[in-house]
Design a protein around this ligand. Structure first.
Ligand SMILES: *[C@@H]1O[C@H](CO)[C@@H](O)[C@H](O)[C@H]1NC(C)=O
Ligand SMILES: *[C@@H]1O[C@H](CO)[C@@H](O)[C@H](O)[C@H]1NC(C)=O
Ligand SMILES: *[C@@H]1O[C@H](CO)[C@@H](O)[C@H](O)[C@H]1NC(C)=O
Ligand SMILES: *[C@@H]1O[C@H](CO)[C@@H](O)[C@H](O)[C@H]1NC(C)=O
Ligand SMILES: *[C@@H]1O[C@H](CO)[C@@H](O)[C@H](O)[C@H]1NC(C)=O
Ligand SMILES: *[C@@H]1O[C@H](CO)[C@@H](O)[C@H](O)[C@H]1NC(C)=O
Ligand SMILES: *[C@@H]1O[C@H](CO)[C@@H](O)[C@H](O)[C@H]1NC(C)=O
Ligand SMILES: *[C@@H]1O[C@H](CO)[C@@H](O)[C@H](O)[C@H]1NC(C)=O
Length: 425
């Protein structure tokens, strides 16, 4: 609460000072020997004032050197230089006389943005790109080449480049749990829960291509993939017109979705989705952590909980996953009499090469239950009225997501007594 008030206060101070700077005439080129500090002269604005680069306030009195939409109340951050090391109040960013853009922390630590040839000037452009130029107006460095979680119209993603979600919406802009990668070895573009060695929960299947690029077309605001000769995958197919009446962005979100948004410049109230990779949010892998269970009644929000026999690792953050309330027994002392099978309707444990054990065709519910109890290695199974798929521990991605998991039954084996009686030894 106090933190929120302080942030609002800092924002209004920043707003006052940056608006003042704007009316005082924004130079087209930022010259060598110029610097910014949080609070005072806190941003370099683009000529239209749509974008600004400067110190963006985050929680705890810290700042990120970043670029944001400067004319909308949300001040949506689209790029940052130092997302995992926020800068304290007394930090500065300098475009030094020797041509370096450098973030200087109060303890003297320096974070250099550009290397190699010295820059001669810089500019914050109206397309949201921050550019460092040499004396022949050649681009030496640009923020469009090192995206964090967001792409803007005019920006291109090349093979090998990645976007990482942030950790928590507007609360925590550090590197989060989900990655969008345009894979350099095959040209496939994949969304994954990369910390789990995940093969991905959404992909474009644009494989066996030599060169693939993601284009965020500035004139149409459509996103699509191209190879050397043609469009090979279309994402956006509809945006409100005219294009210039809206702000546009595409972001890999903390929910694991990759989504394109518009914000009406006049009278707009919020970002509105025009395209999304994932339509059922529980299909984002690992969204509820290890042993977590995801439900989504409306395809908009999700809720994470634990299955019978499991409890939340962190009760104040259900997305961190669950842990078993029972000891995992060695197979040598396994006794099926100590276990029961719980059946969850319209739910699934999706396919996963790491935890799938076997697929049995033409099964039925009773034999699925019996098979679970009889085999000490299996902990869970899913049954779709014909086929049974068994799982071992630990499992990810248990979910109930309609209509996709309709008729599927998720089966899980738990001890009849979830806690050992105390003093029983
Ligand atoms: C802020 O910017 C103005 C105009 O560029 C400059 O005159 C002034 O010295 C700057 N103030 C600080 C504290 O850097
Ligand atoms: C960075 O800018 C500040 C404020 O203008 C100045 O005091 C400092 O000497 C500069 N540091 C470097 C390395 O240029
Ligand atoms: C300097 O400050 C930054 C930000 O607070 C911190 O991450 C870094 O570890 C510090 N470096 C040293 C050498 O103390
Ligand atoms: C953007 O789309 C327009 C209209 O389809 C096309 O003429 C132009 O070449 C595209 N731009 C890029 C960078 O592909
Ligand atoms: C581009 O992709 C299309 C469709 O997969 C393919 O037919 C074509 O040969 C590719 N072009 C190049 C130059 O690889
Ligand atoms: C969720 O999205 C899917 C796929 O677009 C759709 O078929 C389904 O009706 C939606 N479910 C709800 C509850 O809105
Ligand atoms: C994000 O932050 C909010 C507010 O602090 C918190 O309630 C929520 O649990 C956080 N979510 C995640 C996924 O960490
Ligand atoms: C169950 O899954 C198998 C394998 O994916 C599939 O062939 C079968 O049609 C499914 N049965 C139903 C009723 O959906």
């Amino acid at each position: 609460m106090a933190a929120a008030i302080i942030i609002r206060l800092v924002w209004s101070l920043l707003l006052a000072s940056s608006l003042h700077g704007f009316h005082a005439k924004t130079p087209a080129k930022i010259t060598l020997g110029t610097s910014l500090t949080p609070g005072v002269n806190s941003s370099w604005q683009s000529p239209s004032g749509d974008f600004a680069l400067g110190f963006y306030p985050v929680t705890g009195g810290f700042f990120l050197l970043g670029i944001w939409f400067d004319k909308i109340p949300e001040r949506t951050l689209i790029w940052s230089a130092n997302r995992d090391t926020p800068a304290p109040f007394q930090s500065t960013v300098n475009l030094t006389l020797d041509g370096r853009l450098v973030l200087i922390y109060p303890n003297g630590t320096r974070h250099f943005i550009n290397e190699g040839e010295a820059a001669n000037s810089a500019s914050m452009q109206d397309d949201g790109n921050f550019v460092l130029w040499n004396s022949f107006s050649r681009v030496l460095w640009q923020s469009f080449d090192s995206p964090t979680d967001t792409l803007l119209p005019g920006q291109i993603l090349n093979m090998g480049q990645k976007l990482y979600s942030n950790a928590n919406g507007t609360v925590d802009h550090s590197t989060g749990r989900f990655m969008l990668e345009l894979q350099d070895f095959d040209g496939n573009m994949v969304l994954s829960a990369y910390r789990f060695a995940d093969r991905g929960y959404w992909y474009t299947a644009t494989i066996n291509q030599k060169i693939v690029r993601l284009i965020f077309n500035q004139s149409t605001s459509f996103m699509y993939l191209i190879n050397e000769s043609e469009t090979i995958y279309k994402m956006t197919n509809n945006v409100p017109l005219p294009i210039k009446d809206y702000y546009h962005r595409a972001t890999v979100e903390d929910s694991g979705n990759f989504q394109q948004y518009v914000y009406q410049k006049q009278n707009g109230k919020q970002w509105e989705s025009v395209w999304k990779a994932i339509t059922e949010p529980c299909f984002v892998n690992a969204i509820c952590g290890v042993y977590g269970f995801c439900t989504s009644p409306d395809n908009q929000t999700i809720s994470c909980s634990c299955l019978d026999g499991f409890s939340l690792l962190n009760p104040s953050n259900p997305s961190k996953g669950c842990s078993p309330q029972f000891p995992i027994e060695q197979c040598g002392e396994y006794d099926s009499m100590n276990y029961k099978v719980v059946v969850i309707d319209d739910a699934d444990f999706p396919n996963d090469v790491f935890t799938d054990l076997e697929r049995i065709r033409n099964s039925d519910l009773e034999s699925c239950k019996k098979a679970l109890l009889d085999d000490c290695y299996t902990i869970a199974a899913s049954f779709n009225n014909t086929d049974r798929l068994t799982k071992r521990m630990p499992f990810l991605n248990a979910r109930q997501s309609l209509p996709s998991t309709k008729i599927i039954k998720a089966l899980i084996k738990v001890p009849i007594r979830t806690k050992r009686e105390s003093g029983g030894k």
